[in-house]
Design a protein around this ligand. Structure first.
Ligand code: FM0
Length: 322
């Protein structure tokens, strides 16, 4: 049985940064994200008794090495749970503009969890899909749901999963300022590990994030956009601050990242409702009012170029296509 599932990407407003268990991918802190409709992955899986190895095609190119290994983490878990021993054929199409340089592990691993479990005949709940996606990539646990989503850190493998918070249907959008598509020097997986192990700032990150998350959920409930935005910037800046204290120190920022953040601040002082965030790379994302997004996009594009500023609305959770 071949199954195809679509998952959208998500961007964290309260970041996931650091694991307490690397194999189970249990995080040090809970996180909160927004699922977006502009970028997504469609993945098909079928288990095939005639195959002697797992095969993984990404945008029609067969993958080997670490890219295949990551997919096999999920396939092995599904084989364990279903009792199927056959090898699998996995075909993924990433709908992320080629120049984006945006990570796709969240949508990729979520779509894979959905398609592999369905192809094996497992009828997993959303919660168990989130737990399975988590094993591929922590942030993927959140792409199972649409809108605002919390990944509760939990206490163990069973209770560390995402829960939906709000459908975000209240004039919210996100702009992506694409600065650079170079391969990152430090992957998020390696960067968070190094930070947990060596940065003296790390414990303060974990401590203070708990409070930020409570306040952010309040802001969402009250539809208080400006508090939501301020907490978003604060979380991103704090996360990036921890990397400077690591041994060896590193940063994902580039000169243009600072230019973009400053421009967001300037536009805000001119009356736009806009707040930045950044992940494990130089691109800057801007949480904004959808009703102001086109005008903001024009301002940002006049500095960074039209092809470098993309707009997204709110995305939905995992969806079985066939
Ligand atoms: O998305 O090692 O999920 O909360 O994007 O695969 O579990 O790729 F800014 C960093 C995402 C980290 C914040 O890490 O790591 C966030 C980040 P994995 P991910």
């Amino acid at each position: 049985m071949k199954k195809t599932v679509r998952a959208h990407t998500n961007i964290a407003l309260i970041k996931y940064w650091g694991k307490r268990d690397e194999e189970l991918i249990l995080p040090m802190n809970s996180s909160l994200s927004l699922t977006l409709d502009a970028f997504y992955t469609d993945t098909s899986v079928r288990f095939d008794e005639t195959k002697t190895e797992d095969e993984f095609y990404l945008n029609d190119v067969q993958q080997t090495g670490s890219s295949l290994k990551k997919v096999q983490v999920i396939l092995d878990l599904v084989r364990q749970q279903s009792g199927i021993s056959h090898k699998a054929v996995v075909e993924s199409q990433n709908h992320v503009p080629t120049a984006a340089g945006l990570a796709s592990s969240a949508s990729g691993m979520a779509a894979l969890a959905g398609a592999a479990s369905a192809a094996a005949g497992l009828e997993l709940s959303r919660k168990d899909l989130s737990r399975l996606a988590r094993r591929g990539s922590g942030s993927a646990s959140r792409s199972v749901y649409g809108g605002f989503v919390e990944w509760q850190k939990g206490t163990n493998d069973l209770d560390s999963h995402a829960v939906p918070v709000d459908d975000a249907d209240w004039d919210i959008g996100m702009l992506f300022i694409l600065l650079n598509k170079k391969e990152k020097a430090v992957s998020s997986r390696e960067g968070m590990k190094r930070t947990v192990e060596t940065s003296p700032f790390y414990p303060s990150w974990v401590e203070s994030t708990e409070q930020d998350l409570i306040q952010m959920k309040d802001a969402i409930q009250n539809r208080d956009f400006d508090t939501l935005g301020k907490l978003t910037e604060r979380s991103a800046l704090k996360m990036h601050a921890t990397t400077l204290g690591a041994v060896e120190p590193f940063t994902y920022w580039e000169p243009d990242s600072l230019v973009a953040m400053e421009l967001v601040r300037t536009l805000r002082s001119e009356g736009f409702h806009c707040y930045f965030t950044m992940d494990a790379g130089p691109n800057v994302k801007v949480l904004c009012r959808m009703s102001e997004a086109k005008e903001l996009q024009r301002h940002l594009a006049s500095r960074f170029g039209e092809d470098h500023v993309l707009l997204s609305g709110i995305g939905e959770g995992l969806k079985e296509l066939s």
